[in-house]
Design a protein around this ligand. Structure first.
Ligand code: FE2
Ligand code: FE2
Length: 274
């Protein structure tokens, strides 16, 4: 009943229709889970192997490095989601962002526990810090939602699926599957809100988004191709796959920009992809 009453309340009296964003708030509440729901103690935290002590140590470092990067990404996501929550002017969006702050903080909790079980933190990805800095320092809400929710959270989903596929029967797999769902909601909500924010926006606002994308893409590319010491030995092998995925990511980003009414012809591809 309350939801129905709300729908009328959110009807576009001033031309802004936030019902789409409100629906993501309801969806996020239904999809909520707890870190204690993960299969701790029932399955290994990260994949286990047989072989020489050197091989085991190398594999362990590799997975620690994967988990560290995700922990770092979700730590930064807590900051970004908190900022979105505090600056979003609309009631429905604020309500929605309360769920995103909780999600990102729960993700961080899961990664922290997992990294502890996996043997501790590894090397931080410097480009990920720079990416978050760009979002946090972007001038407008339109840019922040575009960079984080429209772009980044969409591109992270196939990566969670890829990690899950290579870590069957572990806590890591379970966590990645949950995060793929949560980030699907974060992305959907961002698309819905960005649409509202861009309604009636002039070319100036949209050009700023293209500029923001052009500042982000080179660093995003560095981030996608970055290999810490622990993963250097598979770096060369993975580079082709990384570049292919990166290209798909960018094509997807361009499709999303188009669907928001942004002219993507001004988006410049990073040198690595030309
Ligand atoms: Fe997250
Ligand atoms: Fe997220």
């Amino acid at each position: 009943m309350e939801a129905e009453a709300h729908v009328d309340e959110a009807a576009p009296a001033d031309g802004r229709d936030l019902r789409g964003v409100y629906r993501y708030y309801e969806l996020a509440k239904r999809a909520e889970w707890q870190v204690r729901d993960l299969p701790w103690g029932e399955v290994p935290p990260i994949p286990e192997y047989k072989g020489s002590p050197q091989k085991l140590a190398r594999r362990r470092d590799l997975w620690r490095s994967v988990v560290t990067q995700q922990l770092q990404a979700d730590e930064l996501a807590v900051e970004m989601a908190t900022q979105l929550f505090s600056i979003a002017p609309d009631h429905e969006a604020k309500l929605y962002y309360t769920t995103m702050v909780q999600d990102e903080s729960r993700h961080t909790e899961g990664w922290l526990k997992l990294i502890h079980e996996a043997g501790g933190m590894a090397e931080r990805d410097p480009y990920l810090d720079q990416l978050a800095q760009q979002v946090l320092e972007a001038d407008t809400l339109e840019e922040k939602v575009f960079l984080m929710q429209v772009f980044y959270e969409r591109l992270i989903i196939p990566r969670f699926r890829m990690i899950a596929r290579s870590s069957r029967g572990t806590v890591l797999e379970d966590l990645c599957n949950r995060l793929a769902i949560d980030d699907g909601i974060h992305h959907g909500a961002g698309m819905a809100y960005e649409r509202v924010l861009l309604e009636g926006a002039g070319t100036k606002v949209k050009t700023r988004l293209v500029d923001a994308a052009n500042r982000l893409l080179p660093i995003f590319t560095q981030h996608a191709l970055w290999r810490p010491k622990a993963r250097e030995f598979i770096g060369a092998l993975m580079r082709e796959t990384d570049i292919r995925m990166l290209r798909e990511d960018l094509e997807q980003g361009i499709r999303l920009a188009k669907s928001l009414g942004i002219d993507p012809s001004g988006i410049e591809l990073p040198d690595e992809l030309i």
